[in-house]
Design a binder for this molecule. Structure first.
Ligand code: NDP
Ligand code: GDR
Length: 380
């Protein structure tokens, strides 16, 4: 009998990679997706199975983390061996604008799942993975951050996730449930949401190189993050639920990088050298040199719109956060030793994957535009 997994947040970046991984491992995968007025399954369309086939391996259910009855019914129907709770309002800056909703979905949503498993008498059968986050560390208490570093959350998102973290620990201790937190540091990919910083940068760099955008507006480019690839990180989620005992794990690369360095490396991969000048809100990023051979290699033949000395980055304080998390660097020793987990991607191969994919995406759009099909109408 194949194992049965239930993934909340299956339409998100991690949900898509995790569903793919578990299907490859022979699982039957159930996913919770939200009802939306437009299709929201782009990231998982390649996994779609006609629901009319016998014994489908990938099944979607409408649901929402704010709806207890709905979650309880789905869990009762599915009787999962493993639940991966990935659903969340996951954007830190947006959580300042929607604090109550964020607390409800990200905090109480986790309680709803734990309590459903308990009330349905599944505590001995169902293992639960909770998507915890390095945002819990917030204001720096010590670095590198490990499983024993104190938390100091700095956003409504992180405070909601703090509740989710502790309620997961509490259900494990109170009811003997297998419920584990993966404290994952930032992980990115070509499937990353367009408004997270890495994807915003790779998209803008690709568009600037193709002459579809002039300037990239950024917030705090001195923030430091420990960035990995989502493909590596979903492997860790799976491993956490295959352990004999339920425990919490930090998943990170152990390397931290400033946002400005991510910008520099992304443009460098695309053949543009960027230098920075000015300070704080007046800082700008300028094209220092253009490698036309590299651009030609990438299929960018017309570079007439790219000029040395052009300003391609400005600071817009709109993107500053009321309270910022300045420095994250994880200590992955425990996950390396106990899970045997090691990331395959480096920062450079992550950037190549993301910037390469975005360049291809906008080259396709450019072609369609040239031929008179479609409009370039992406909100930033
Ligand atoms: P995404 O934002 O890409 O995906 C979030 C998913 O949650 C989407 O499927 C979204 O649905 C769904 N969702 C949002 N609100 C609800 C709700 N109320 N009910 C049901 N589903 C909902 O996030 P990631 O894939 O990047 O992250 C996955 C999880 O891991 C999140 O919990 C995030 O907070 C956490 N995390 C992420 C890290 C990262 O660097 N990526 C690091 C550490 C933790 P829809 O598609 O309809 O919007
Ligand atoms: P983060 O990711 O807040 O770490 O949360 P994000 O990519 O949004 O920001 C990283 C850092 O970049 C700075 N920054 C900007 N960020 C955005 N989005 N847009 C900008 O224009 C910009 N300019 C500078 C930010 O201030 C910040 O310091 C992500 C999410 O996936 C969470 O769900 C997850 O829990 C954590 O990672 C780990």
């Amino acid at each position: 009998m194949s194992k049965v997994a239930l993934i909340t947040g299956v339409t998100g970046q991690d949900g898509a990679y995790l569903a793919e991984l578990l299907l490859e491992k022979g699982y039957t995968v159930h996913g919770v997706k939200r009802r939306s007025s437009l299709f929201n399954t782009d990231r998982i369309d390649h996994l779609y199975e006609d629901p009319h086939v016998a014994n489908p391996k990938f099944i979607l259910h409408y649901g929402d983390l704010t709806d207890s009855m709905n979650l309880t019914r789905i869990i009762q129907e599915v009787q999962p061996d493993e639940i991966y709770n990935l659903a969340a309002m996951s954007h830190v800056q947006v959580s300042f604008e929607m604090p109550e909703y964020t607390a409800n979905a990200d905090g109480i949503g986790t309680l709803r799942i734990l309590e459903a498993v308990r009330l349905l008498g599944l505590t001995k059968k169902t293992k639960i993975y909770q998507a915890s986050t390095s945002e819990l560390y917030g204001l720096v208490q010590a670095v590198p951050q490990s499983e024993t570093t104190p938390f100091y959350p700095r956003s409504p998102y992180a405070v909601a996730k703090l509740y989710a973290y502790w309620i997961t620990v509490n259900y494990r201790e109170a009811y003997g449930m297998f419920a584990s937190n993966g404290i994952l540091f930032n992980h990115e990919s070509p499937l990353r949401g367009e408004t997270f910083v890495t994807r915003k940068i790779t998209r803008a760099a690709a568009k600037i190189v193709l002459g579809l955008q002039d300037c990239l507006y950024m917030g705090n480019i001195d923030a430091q993050r420990d960035w990995g690839h989502a493909k590596d990180y979903v492997e860790a989620m799976y491993l956490i639920l295959q352990q004999e005992t339920s425990e919490d794990f930090v998943i990170a690369t152990g390397v931290t990088t400033r946002v400005r360095e991510f910008i520099r490396l992304t443009f460098a991969f695309l053949g543009i050298e960027v230098t920075f000048s000015g300070t704080e809100e007046n800082e700008v990023g300028v094209i220092a040199s253009i490698d036309t051979y590299r651009l030609a290699e990438l299929g960018v033949k017309d570079t007439s719109h790219l000029k040395t000395g052009a300003v391609i980055l400005k600071i817009d304080p709109r993107y500053y956060r009321p309270t910022e998390v300045e420095l994250l660097i994880g200590d992955p020793t425990k996950s390396q030793e106990k899970l045997g987990w090691k990331p395959k991607y480096t920062l450079q191969t992550l950037i190549e994957d993301m910037a390469g994919a975005d360049l291809k995406l906008f080259q396709k759009d450019q072609l369609l535009l040239k031929e008179g099909f479609g409009v370039l109408n992406y909100f930033e």
